[in-house]
Design a protein around this ligand. Structure first.
Ligand code: AMP
Ligand code: ZN
Length: 468
């Protein structure tokens, strides 16, 4: 039974999706005004691992990640560079999609953009005005937090505390300093759209409410994002969505701890960040993912070069085992031995760890225990059945690859560089040779590649390779 720590209830709740067997999940994506940093990447990767575990558990998952493509920061950037805000957003959206692919984040089912949803945003604002929760102040539309009873239920802040703690923010047009903008009146030099309240553009919070409801329904299962988003962003999302629909917006709220440097949050404004683009020149995607998986998603994590290097080193152990298993299976180095091995026990431990609020550090420790056990057996000198070796590989494929993507699978179809392409061609020729029963040619290709250190690995679906 999966349990999730829910920021809304402040307890580990049993996970019951709205529709049995299906999960609807939304995660706050980037504001596309620059390359993202490895702190952002921590949130994206942990969200990806949660989604992958839900898939592994047999759920059908609809996964939505928004792209904030209209925002003060984008406009500022456009003005600095002397180009159109749309161009800035397009450039960094493309870069974002390239970068998340590099760190093996599974593609979302939908990447909704704010600017493609202006109509939905306007409808939701109109509903809030009709319900008496939002007001038009001469072309700016604000959400009136005192009109929503549940305001503060996610962050635990109540409106009186907010007012008492507020630095006096003089804003003549707002009824309350914490009322927030749903629609911003057009200013010279800024992009705008037409609306019932005049030309303007949407506020940041309303886009996630409108796009979440549009793509996942007025109530959906899981919403995730970094801890910094609890207040005000997610608090405001709840206020807007529930204020408009009268229904519970999200059942489970998941928040990711910060990636810190010298115990300070990694952020653009502090300047203490590495972009993912730069980082990936030095380290593998698998190393970064493993480094993150070693800490529970909700805990803070301190970034150091030493810790990263230790992760890279640790990972070699399971990568070597995986490569060795592939080699034994594909080279036909098998026999009749079926040793006692508690594979079911490892699956159970893995599942129990992940079912406990996605305890990834425990789950990766299970993979390492498995590897120790498996290594001891396969290096004993005995010849094992192909079925046994495949069952070990399958465990790694499902967990270390499928859920965490922390080991490399050399896929002949990936075609990353010329050598890769050429090996792909040879694999195809060998397949053709086998079909036409020209086994001498098929063996020649295998042996010649072998001599170059390229080991072919045949499985039921396809042939992959690894380089020695
Ligand atoms: P932004 O582009 O700033 O809206 O951030 C995108 C996502 O990254 C959000 O879910 C943020 O909460 C998250 N995020 C930002 N900084 C960090 C950090 N240092 N560690 C973890 N997550 C972060
Ligand atoms: Zn959001």
């Amino acid at each position: 039974m999966l349990r999730i720590y829910n920021t809304l209830t402040r307890s580990k709740d049993e996970f019951k999706p709205i529709t049995p067997g299906e999960v609807t999940m939304y995660t706050c994506g980037p504001t596309v005004y620059d390359y993202f940093h490895i702190g952002n990447a921590r949130s994206f990767i942990m969200s990806d691992m949660i989604r992958r575990y839900l898939l592994y558990s047999g759920y059908k998952v609809k996964y939505v990640m928004n792209i904030t493509d209209i925002d003060d920061k984008i406009i500022k950037r456009a003005n600095e560079e002397g180009i159109d805000a749309r161009q800035v957003a397009e450039n960094y959206t493309r870069a974002f999609l390239e970068d998340i692919e590099k760190i093996k984040i599974k593609k979302a089912d939908v990447y909704p953009k704010a600017t493609d949803h202006i109509h939905d945003i306007i409808s939701m604002i109109a509903r809030l005005i009709d319900n008496g929760i939002a007001y038009n102040a001469d072309g700016d539309v604000f959400y009136e937090i005192s009109k929503f009873n549940g305001y503060g239920k996610l962050s635990g802040k109540n409106t009186e505390d907010l007012e008492a703690g507020a630095r006096v923010e003089v804003n003549e047009i707002k009824n309350n300093p914490f009322d927030f903008a749903l629609w911003k009146k057009h200013k010279e030099g800024e992009p705008y759209w037409e609306s019932p309240w005049g030309n303007g553009r949407p506020g940041w919070h309303i886009e996630c409410s409108a796009m979440g409801c549009k793509h996942l329904g007025e109530t959906f299962d899981i919403h995730s994002g970094g801890t910094d988003l609890i207040f005000p962003h997610h608090e405001n999302e709840i206020a807007q969505s529930e204020g408009a629909t009268g229904k519970q917006f999200v059942n489970y709220w998941i928040h990711f701890g910060f990636l810190n440097i010298d115990n300070e949050k990694m952020s653009k404004s502090l300047g203490n960040f590495f972009t993912l683009r730069d980082f990936i020149k030095k380290y593998d995607a698998e190393t970064l993912r493993y480094f993150y998986a070693q800490t529970h998603y909700a805990s803070p994590l301190n970034f150091t070069d030493e810790a990263l290097s230790a992760s890279a080193k640790g990972l070699e152990r399971i990568q070597n085992l995986y490569d060795k298993l592939n080699e034994m299976i594909s080279s036909g180095d098998t026999g009749t031995e079926e040793p006692a091995f508690d594979l079911a026990g490892y699956y159970t431990s893995f599942n129990e760890s992940m079912d406990d609020d996605f305890n990834t550090p425990k789950a990766v420790a299970v993979i390492f225990d498995f590897a120790k056990d498996a290594n001891r057996i396969i290096h004993s000198g005995a010849k094992f059945t192909r079925g046994f070796l495949e069952s070990l590989k399958e465990f790694m494929d499902k967990t270390a690859v499928g859920v965490f993507e922390i080991i490399k699978v050399h896929d002949a179809g990936a075609g990353r560089d010329l050598a890769d392409d050429l090996i792909g061609i040879l694999i195809k020729v060998r397949q053709e040779a086998k079909i036409s029963k020209n086994y001498a040619l098929a063996d020649l290709i295998r042996n010649e590649l072998n001599a170059l250190g390229v080991i072919l690995q045949d499985s039921k679906e396809k042939t992959t390779y690894k380089i020695h």
